[in-house]
Write a protein that binds this ligand. Structure first.
Ligand SMILES: NC(=O)c1ccc[n+]([C@@H]2O[C@H](COP(=O)([O-])OP(=O)(O)OC[C@H]3O[C@@H](n4cnc5c(N)ncnc54)[C@H](OP(=O)(O)O)[C@@H]3O)[C@@H](O)[C@H]2O)c1
Length: 285
């Protein structure tokens, strides 16, 4: 039975990857920083390690056939305590993991970047992802890069906002995207273990404008939409002070502004429906 190391196993995506691997009969080793979150996955082979601290990573890939890395600096915009930046975790941290994978001669390294990252490199978030993609391409380890659009879970922030009667679009909100459910991305990640393709963009089944996703959040709550449009330049000025308090959250906001000003559409691989997801999520708000 092949053994797969999942980095970032406790994250929104990682949890689904672990579940999908178990369903398909793979043996799993899980790593993340937080022992409590790892324990809740119910995996015997769980290693508490910090990707940014190579001394905690030694031998982590020993006995492993392939790596799936969904590890990156936290995507939680409400957690001001976690200060590790995208360059530190997504790039440097995954570089340490790649070094371990090389030492252990793993067959394949599946890495989760994002759709359209190549065109958003002015932002730290996309640049950090692309820097590690370059390192993977330059290494002798076979790699597959998954490029999903925004996860449904991230769109939940719109619903929480709408529940407070607030809706926000940056600019006109007319740029389009096809968000994807994390479980659908997990299927793509696990399929990638057997794939010969090196780059897999992954989007959900429906394309919406950014404004439509906000309207959908209000509709799920049975509320009349109340949407404010903020010019991207003004919003950038508003979030600039965040840099002083938490560089990661600033970088996420900076990316959010940039990505909503371009279309971010990837080939349809997901099947789950965002409207239904919002309707379900409303029940537990
Ligand atoms: N969310 C989206 O819309 C989206 C879209 C496209 C691509 N992506 C990318 O997909 C990946 C997964 O996203 P996600 O939403 O699942 O993120 P997430 O929920 O924030 O999970 C991140 C995972 O990485 C781990 N981690 C963070 N820092 C670490 C460190 N220094 N050492 C070891 N592990 C660390 C976290 O666990 P601990 O905190 O316990 O360490 C967690 O398991 C990320 O790279 C993200 O950029 C996300």
């Amino acid at each position: 039975m092949a053994k797969i190391l999942v980095a970032g196993a406790s994250g929104q995506l990682g949890k689904h990857v672990v579940r999908e691997l178990k369903l398909r009969g793979y043996a799993v080793r899980a790593i993340a920083r937080d022992a409590g979150k790892l324990a809740s996955l119910g995996i015997e082979d769980a290693v508490t390690a910090d990707l940014t601290k190579p001394e905690t990573m030694r031998g982590v890939c020993d006995g492993v056939d392939a790596v799936i890395s969904c590890a990156g600096a936290s995507m939680n915009i409400n957690d001001f305590k976690d200060r590790q930046s995208f360059y530190e975790v997504d790039y440097q941290g995954n570089l340490h993991l790649l070094n371990e994978a090389r030492k252990a001669n793993v067959d394949k390294f599946v890495y989760v970047s994002l759709a359209g990252a190549e065109n958003l490199r002015q932002t730290e978030y996309a640049d950090a992802h692309e820097k590690i993609v370059e390192a993977l391409r330059a290494s002798e380890v076979k790699s597959v890069v998954i490029r999903p659009t925004g996860f449904f879970r991230f769109n939940l922030e719109l619903l929480k906002f709408a529940a407070k009667g607030r809706g926000l679009v940056v600019g006109k909100g007319h740029c389009k995207t096809n968000p994807i459910h994390e479980a659908d991305v997990a299927t793509v990640c696990v399929d990638a273990l057997e794939s010969e393709t090196s780059d897999i963009p992954a989007g959900g089944p429906e394309i919406f404008t950014r404004r439509e996703t906000v309207e959908m959040a209000f509709a799920a709550l049975n509320r009349k939409p109340s949407i404010v449009s903020i010019p991207p330049g003004l919003f950038k000025l508003m979030v600039a002070p965040l840099k002083l308090f938490n560089r990661r959250i600033y970088a996420l906001m900076d990316f959010g502004i940039a990505v909503t000003q371009v279309d971010s559409i990837a080939p349809v691989v997901g099947s789950r429906n965002l409207r239904r997801y919002f309707e379900e999520a409303v029940k537990s708000l």
